[in-house]
Design a protein around this ligand. Structure first.
Ligand code: SAM
Length: 341
């Protein structure tokens, strides 16, 4: 990792800032071997072959261990076999990967994080769209998968940095990246809501998040095609994580690609939940505003009183909200003035 980038990182467990504790080997201001240390807790993270390893025993317990073991076992043969993921559906791997990366709307000087980057088949496409003023960070839980990624990207013209970490505890500060990409990773996250939240957290407001995972959509569930996919891998039946899309997401798009059995979400990150113009008066007999209708609710009245009120409101020449608001206010103020309870 580049020494100057230390300020982008944080301890994935405590959110503490990190310091460079020890440099064993350094080339061109890049730490090849050394140690990072959490400023407050003193927790240490080791750098070897230029890659920082942020996986701690705590995270292994929370589900990282299985993915690490599985992908470490298949890392050597992954590239030979990954084309199957596309050819099974008569799709072209390069077309599909480029279409997903198009959704990132990259500019050459962007700082991009790829989560679950694996051996780097998408990483090299992303790198080809950036220049030396940009930067590409590659995160994966498996050091073995990532070692192929390091090799693949070693001659690209954009600064790269590789980190071993869990997507559910991303070791970067808030608002660090201009864009974030994740293909075929989220289905493995031990805590999917947390992982999706983390991915939004590290992206700057205005930046884009794109992620894709296998899924047979509802309309194909009863077809032979859908059933064969689910039979092969039950992950195809996992729910679409609509309810875990962070509240900061805007202009959310979702489409099914790659044989119509992989969803791709893309959205722009904002700073909080949306804000509406909810004090705007709504014309018509009901009247009021979105806010008065939501915050101004009182107890219910008898059915008879309601009927009377509807009748009376017609004669009042006011909307129901305005008429009720006025009479309740008038009566309440008078009672309070008289001190009567
Ligand atoms: C199916 S591979 C996809 C690799 C790559 N994106 C590609 O397009 O070929 C899934 C990757 O997710 C990684 N992974 C699994 N669980 C993870 C987690 N909790 N955090 C980060 N990466 C994870 C695996 O190590 C593996 O490299």
């Amino acid at each position: 990792m580049r020494k100057k980038n230390i300020e982008l990182y944080k301890c994935p467990l405590t959110d503490d800032n990190l310091d460079i504790d020890e440099i064993v080997e350094e080339i061109d201001n890049k730490i090849i071997s050394g140690i990072l240390r959490s400023r407050q807790t003193g927790k240490r993270y080791f750098i070897s072959n230029g890659v920082v390893d942020f996986i701690t025993p705590e995270q292994e317990i929370k589900g990282a261990a299985f993915a690490r073991k599985y992908y470490s076992e298949i890392a050597k043969t992954y590239d030979e076999n990954v084309h199957i993921t596309f050819e099974l559906y008569n799709e072209n791997e390069s077309d599909i990967r480029n279409r997903m990366i198009d959704l990132l709307e990259l500019k050459p000087n962007y700082k991009v994080l790829e989560v679950s980057a694996g051996t780097g088949k998408d990483s090299e496409i992303i790198a080809s769209r950036l220049n030396k003023d940009g930067g590409l960070w590659l995160l994966d839980i498996s050091p073995d998968m990532l070692s192929f990624n390091v090799e693949r990207l070693k001659n690209v013209g954009v600064p790269t940095e590789h980190v071993v970490a869990s997507a559910c505890s991303i070791p970067f500060n808030d608002n660090t990246f201009d864009a974030l990409y994740c293909f075929a990773g989220v289905g493995h996250f031990p805590d999917l809501p947390k992982g999706l939240k983390e991915m939004a957290r590290v992206v700057k407001p205005g930046g884009k998040v794109v992620f894709c995972e296998k899924n047979v959509p509802e309309w194909l569930r009863d077809t032979e095609y859908g059933k064969i996919c689910i039979n092969n891998n039950p992950m195809f039946a996992d729910p679409v994580p609509l309810k875990h899309i962070p509240v900061e997401a805007r202009n959310v798009g979702v489409r099914w690609i790659n044989g119509n059995v992989h969803y791709v979400f893309d959205y722009t990150v904002d700073i909080e939940e949306p804000k509406g113009n909810f004090d705007m008066e709504i014309p018509g007999p009901r009247g009021g505003t979105f806010n008065t209708r939501y915050y101004g609710k009182l107890e219910g009245v008898s059915v008879e009183t309601k009927k009377l009120a509807i009748e009376a409101q017609k004669y009042s020449g006011k909307s129901m909200t305005k008429w009720l608001d006025e009479i309740i206010k008038r009566e309440a103020e008078e009672i309070i003035r008289n001190g009567t309870k």
